[in-house]
Design a protein around this ligand. Structure first.
Ligand code: IMP
Length: 187
């Protein structure tokens, strides 16, 4: 199976997580590819199109992921625009937008989509947390500013194992994995 993404960090985390829960070691290869990313109000729709696109090219089982950071006091912005916002105003821009806001509550969401030409499935994972007052060193993407619930430091200051324990990605992946084990045995 291919995990299709242009993001090395996502694959690094996924590989480590699968290694932890898999007794049979699901073989998963990273295919670095930029996929079609539609404008949609739903992460699920975006992930579905990505999975179709990846399958069309590779003709093998594929898994793709789409994420978003939803900040409560910004009416869920950047949400589906997370990638664009990260590339434009970045973490500093987000901290600026939150300067006079009372609430710093946010949710990090992950949608993993699987497609093998026959079966199409999506899995959601989400973690609630807070946007930090300042940016920390370390991590990638929004890691330097996202503090998962009940923790005192942002993802950026956690090692891979600790981040994986709390991440939106891990929650979606766990659901995928338990479904896939059964599906794979039957097919
Ligand atoms: P994407 O469109 O799925 O690649 O993700 C939207 C944005 O969220 C991108 O800017 C990613 O860098 C960022 N992102 C996704 N997952 C994470 C994460 O686990 N940590 C930090 N940033 C992330």
């Amino acid at each position: 199976m291919y995990f299709v993404s242009s993001n090395d960090n996502k694959f690094k985390e996924i590989k480590e997580m699968l290694y932890e829960y898999s007794s049979t070691r699901l073989l998963i290869e990273h295919k670095k590819m930029k996929l079609k990313e539609i404008q949609s109000s739903s992460l699920v729709e975006v992930a579905k199109v990505k999975a179709n696109d990846a399958f069309d090219v590779l003709r093998e089982k594929v898994m793709v992921e789409d994420d978003g950071l939803f900040i409560e006091s910004l009416n869920d912005f950047p949400g589906i625009y997370s990638s664009f916002v990260y590339d434009t105003i970045g973490n500093i821009g987000i901290l600026d937008l939150l300067k006079n806001k009372k609430s710093r509550r946010a949710t990090f969401k992950s949608v993993i989509a699987f497609y093998d030409g026959k079966k199409f499935k999506v899995f959601n994972g989400q973690v609630k947390g807070l946007i930090s007052e300042n940016m920390v060193e370390g991590g990638w993407g929004f890691d330097p500013i996202f503090i998962p619930e009940n923790m005192s430091v942002p993802f950026g200051q956690m090692d891979l194992k600790s981040k994986n324990k709390y991440s939106h990605r891990n929650l979606a992946l766990k659901k995928f994995y338990s479904w896939y084990e059964e599906y794979n045995e039957k097919s």
